[in-house]
Write a protein of this length. Structure first.
Length: 570
């Protein structure tokens, strides 16, 4: 409860504040100005800006003060660490509020994953809010670990940190008014619904918005962004590890549209969190590109707060929560001090807090693989012509290739000389024994195999390899360690990174995870994989059957243009 009596008395100067940040240049989120003054804080809230005395004072000597940054859409799972460790990365970088969609862990463990994320993200010096996963499973062309219906989602919708329904990827179900989707939208009535509908336009976009969808984070062009803004959507400008759209979308931000725009990262991997940061990196990038600084700071703070109806966040103003960043300059945007609810929680890039133990047994031991049958790795060949997934450097989309592939005994063979490797996806949630097998071109793999249980969106086990023997060794290794990443060659495991939390996240520190990732990347390069590809990020998106043109799931090769499973052989 807000300490109204204390706030009034401190604001009037009748009693000292708990904390005063003196001689600051304070950003005003409402006017875009920097004003000189003291910031008075009591019981975690801001009482006023002006001239104040307090029990504790910090003379900032003209340093710049802004509200804590807000990330409007992010998947914690992409960091490969627990929520507490994720917070230890974000808070020193200045992100003090994150709106998360636990879509990834929910695809593995269902409502147990949502419960875990809510519990593990509480009692941390960061505001973690949740948008409920709207599409579990994402499609009917893959096998997920759970099915979340409107009934399951209704269990969480009134949780105080649940703000609505997360990215609504299944827009065909909206446009076709399928009953289950209508029920999910009904559960979220009165709350927010985030969008995810790249490419749709005109009347289809209008119908999607009319169903109650409020935002979009999948725009890739300013034209696409303007159309959504013109129809009343909020625009989430994204700069993640896998997909980077910020600079392309900035032209859509002007004096008329800016208040309807906000920053999101979507997915941030360990290396980027360590080297670049979070929303602070987006602020720096936008300002360096010539964007107006006050507008950029509004996109990073008050705009997101207003969209998500978090009306005590996003500003340094009376009655607002004392989530405060202190910068020595406005070029690097690396906070010197970070205050959460008026308490110092990070200094000079270092967190001043640790996590706490959380019962995560319900989201461990998720490798439910049926005994491997080597025969399932064979790809029947009716001719020497095959549909092959063509990789594109630095992209998650693929090409639909038709190539001549060697055949032996009626089955396709891999060909390192022609840069053709085998790709397999093993269902790992329900002991079904499903194995989808296909071919990929462009990875550069000369020998061995690489495998991962991070495989969007259902997070089955995906493996690329030259020999079936190494593929099987890689699968067995991931089963042994409870999920994660591994590199194999000549029948030997060269290295692995265990991700025991749902096969998606480690229970170690971010820096330890990044150190192991770097080792695995070096091993993968030694097997010939091109520098054009982040090997495990590439693997993670090869099983996502909503991104063109060819993808592979546990049910087979998917032609995304027809949304159907097709044979490898022509």
């Amino acid at each position: 409860m807000k300490p109204v009596k204390d706030l009034v008395e401190v604001a009037l100067g009748k009693k000292p504040a708990d904390l005063v940040l003196k001689n600051a240049q304070v950003f005003n989120s409402f006017t875009g100005e920097f004003v000189t003054g003291d910031v008075a804080v009591v019981s975690g809230y801001i009482a006023g800006i002006g001239e104040y005395e307090g029990k504790t004072t910090h003379d900032l000597q003209g340093a710049y003060v802004t509200p804590g940054f807000i990330d409007g859409h992010v998947h914690i799972e992409s960091s490969m660490v627990s929520p507490a460790e994720f917070a230890r990365a974000l808070v020193p970088a200045g992100t003090l509020t994150a709106v998360v969609d636990p879509h990834e862990i929910a695809n593995v463990t269902g409502i147990a994953g949502i419960r875990y994320m809510l519990e593990a993200s509480s009692n941390l010096p960061i505001n973690i809010y949740v948008m409920l996963p709207s599409c579990v499973p994402a499609t009917s062309l893959e096998t997920a670990g759970a099915v979340l219906t409107a009934r399951e989602l209704s269990e969480f919708i009134n949780h105080p940190r649940v703000l609505g329904l997360g990215e609504l990827m299944d827009y065909p179900s909206v446009l076709n008014t399928r009953e289950e989707m209508l029920q999910k939208l009904a559960v979220a009535e009165g709350k927010l619904v985030d969008g995810h509908a790249p490419g749709i336009s005109g009347k289809e976009l209008t119908a999607y918005i009319a169903a109650g969808v409020n935002s979009e984070h999948e725009c890739t062009t300013a034209e696409e962004a303007r159309e959504r803004l013109s129809r009343g959507m909020y625009l989430m400008l994204r700069e993640g590890s896998a997909t980077k759209n910020l600079l392309d979308l900035l032209p859509a931000v002007d004096r008329y549209t800016a208040s309807r725009c906000l920053f999101v990262t979507d997915d941030r991997h360990p290396e980027d969190l360590i080297k670049l940061g979070s929303i602070n990196h987006m602020v720096k990038l936008a300002v360096s590109a010539g964007a107006d600084l006050p507008t950029v700071l509004q996109l990073a703070t008050i705009n997101a707060a207003n969209y998500f109806r978090l009306y005590d966040l996003g500003a340094i103003a009376p009655g607002y929560r004392a989530d405060i960043l202190v910068f020595e300059d406005l070029q690097e945007f690396k906070p010197r001090y970070v205050f959460k609810d008026g308490k110092l929680v990070a200094e000079k890039g270092k967190p001043l807090f640790t996590g706490y133990p959380v019962d995560d047994r319900a989201v461990r031991n998720t490798m439910r693989l049926k005994e491997i049958n080597p025969e399932k790795l064979k790809i029947p060949a009716n001719s020497n012509r095959a549909r092959v997934i063509g990789l594109i450097p630095h992209q998650i989309v693929t090409k639909k290739l038709v190539l001549e592939v060697p055949v032996e005994g009626g089955y396709f063979k891999t060909s390192p000389e022609r840069d053709i490797a085998k790709l397999a996806v093993f269902e790992r949630h329900n002991y079904t024994g499903n194995v989808g097998v296909g071919l990929i071109h462009g990875l550069g793999l000369k020998k061995g195999a690489i495998a991962s249980t991070i495989a969007h969106d259902s997070h089955n086990l995906v493996v690329a390899g030259i020999s079936d023997e190494d593929i099987i060794v890689a699968v067995e290794e991931l089963k042994r360690i409870g999920g994660g990443l591994t590199v194999v060659a000549e029948g030997q495991v060269l290295g692995s990174l265990p991700l025991p939390i749902a096969g998606l996240m480690s229970d170690r520190t971010l820096y330890e995870v990044q150190e192991e990732l770097e080792k695995l990347h070096r091993l993968v390069r030694s097997l010939g994989v091109s520098e054009d590809y982040d090997p495990f990020m590439t693997l993670a998106f090869l099983s996502l059957p909503v991104i063109p043109e060819l993808k592979l799931t546990d049910r087979g090769l998917v032609d995304v243009s027809t949304f159907s499973v097709v044979p490898v052989s022509l």
